[in-house]
Design a protein around this ligand. Structure first.
Ligand SMILES: CC(=O)N[C@H]1[C@@H](OP(=O)(O)OP(=O)(O)OC[C@H]2O[C@@H](n3ccc(=O)[nH]c3=O)[C@H](O)[C@@H]2O)O[C@H](CO)[C@@H](O)[C@@H]1O
Ligand SMILES: C=C(OP(=O)(O)O)C(=O)O
Length: 434
């Protein structure tokens, strides 16, 4: 298992271009199962989760051609449904979370779909009820084998219906949309998630011939069609990677430019960094972060302590809270980081405390951070990455710290960040994969 060895305390400088969005890629690649025609996807990030999903589709019988390093074509003409019952499928499918979204297309097109317990970050309970209740509303029969943790769905034909989701689940909404586009009649999904990932998925499906209205809102209407055609689709830049780079620049006091950010799709993210005192300027579609020797967390208007909390889109994505937490450790002022969605995503603060950060973990969802105002740097140490975003937060901490740090279990980071060591070396970071 590889580690990163990082000599901290060096400023970064230059330009960096974000990869294509991991969580969009997972939805879009699953959508290629909806048609027997060719679908070409560009800006695909070269990361472990995405490569595992492509490998899974390959084993399912999809003809996949790599046209260049980030563009693939997919043709799902002859799907081997028998593969879904084998052991190899269970192993491959359970290596990531996003692969759960093959269920919607398979159910809609072939009337059956099976799935083992999905993988992904271990960050607390991650139930799948929204997915299966939604499929049942479309008329699917659902069976759960609790011994084997295996989910089965079958149908003689999906029928559109009205549904009010019990939570705005991102992959749940995508899965239901992926099934409803080929169902007979009209489906209405209220309390739908509306992240840019989902907006992109819906736009892609429309370009394939689907009829969807309400895109970008929490009320989607889908008129089912008998079949879909091929299309070309380009993934957005990864907003979580963009946020990670903003945090990295702030924490290391570096001047960097993040290129081609699709700024208008970043929602509240830039404003949330501004609340942390981080200066950033929009330059066309780029983000320029000037060198800042300090940044001061704002208070609320009445002077009370700032809270940074996650919320379903257009609220702040939970995937960036670890980055906000780490940059708070060197800010001027205090902040309450409130991770509402996941129960076990803040435990990595113990590692930051070991590095000298002033943090009180109030409970599994809330941490109060008292910033050191860059008067005392964090200390380099040996760290283990518990999940993908905590991993990046620890990487940011190590880049800013005094001394050398080792980050173990970096396969967590590789799951979602493409060649991060090599790309950061180009900005001057002293990071080695060992
Ligand atoms: C592969 C992929 O795309 N993964 C993302 C996806 O996971 P995923 O789709 O698995 O996450 P969900 O949106 O289903 O739910 C995330 C968590 O938030 C809770 N919840 C969700 C909606 C809501 O309105 N209220 C609420 O409390 C759920 O109970 C769950 O604990 O969305 C998450 C939430 O943005 C992100 O962290 C993951 O990176
Ligand atoms: C939690 C994440 O991913 P996954 O849902 O794949 O575990 C993430 O991308 O931050």
């Amino acid at each position: 298992m590889h580690s990163f060895e990082i000599e901290g305390g060096h400023k970064l400088s230059g330009e960096i271009t974000p990869q294509g969005a991991k969580n969009e890629a997972l939805q879009i690649i699953c959508a290629t199962l909806l048609t027997n025609q060719e679908v070409e996807i560009s800006n695909i990030p070269d990361i472990v989760d995405v490569n595992n999903l492509i490998d899974l589709l390959d084993h399912l019988g999809v003809q996949i051609v790599k046209k260049n390093s980030h563009t693939y074509s997919f043709k799902a003409e002859n799907i081997d449904l028998g593969y879904l019952q084998g052991k190899e499928f269970r192993n491959k499918a359970s290596s990531l979370r996003g692969s759960i979204m093959i269920m919607g297309p398979l159910l809609a097109r072939y009337g059956k779909a099976y799935f083992p317990k999905p993988g992904g970050d271990k960050i607390g309970r991650r139930r799948l009820d929204t997915h299966f209740v939604g499929f049942e509303k479309l008329g699917a029969r659902f069976h759960y084998n609790a011994n084997e943790i295996f989910y089965s769905l079958e149908t003689d034909g999906l029928k559109g219906s009205y549904m009010l989701l019990d939570e705005a689940s991102v992959t749940g909404t995508a899965n239901i949309v992926l099934a409803a586009v080929l169902a007979e009649g009209k489906t209405t999904i209220y309390n739908a998630a509306c992240e840019p990932y989902l907006q992109q998925l819906c736009k892609m499906l429309v370009s394939m011939g689907a009829e969807i209205s309400g895109i970008g809102s929490n009320l989607l209407s889908i008129q089912g069609v008998p079949g879909l055609s091929g299309c070309k689709h380009r993934l957005l830049p990864d907003m979580i990677e963009i946020g990670s780079f903003i945090g990295m620049a702030a924490m290391t006091g570096s001047e960097i430019t993040i290129k081609d950010t699709a700024y208008d799709q970043l929602g509240i993210i830039p404003e949330a960094f501004k609340k942390m005192g981080v200066k950033l300027q929009r330059r066309g579609d780029d983000i320029f972060i000037p060198q800042q020797d300090e940044y001061e967390i704002e208070t609320f208007i009445d002077g009370s302590i700032m809270t940074i909390a996650d919320a379903p889109w257009p609220g702040l994505t939970p995937d960036l809270l670890s980055v906000f937490l780490v940059i708070a450790t060197q800010a001027k002022g205090s902040v309450l980081i409130h991770q509402k969605m996941f129960e076990s995503r803040l435990f990595f603060v113990d590692k930051l405390i070991d590095m000298g950060a002033r943090i009180i973990l109030c409970d599994p969802h809330r941490a109060t951070v008292i910033g050191l105002n860059k008067e005392t740097p964090l200390r380099g140490t040996t760290l283990t990455s518990p999940d993908i975003r905590a991993g990046v937060a620890l990487l940011i901490a190590a880049l800013s710290a005094k001394g050398t740090s080792t980050i173990q279990n970096i396969n967590q980071i590789d799951r979602g960040y493409q060649g991060i060591d090599v790309r950061l070396q180009k900005l001057g970071a002293r990071i080695k994969r060992v």
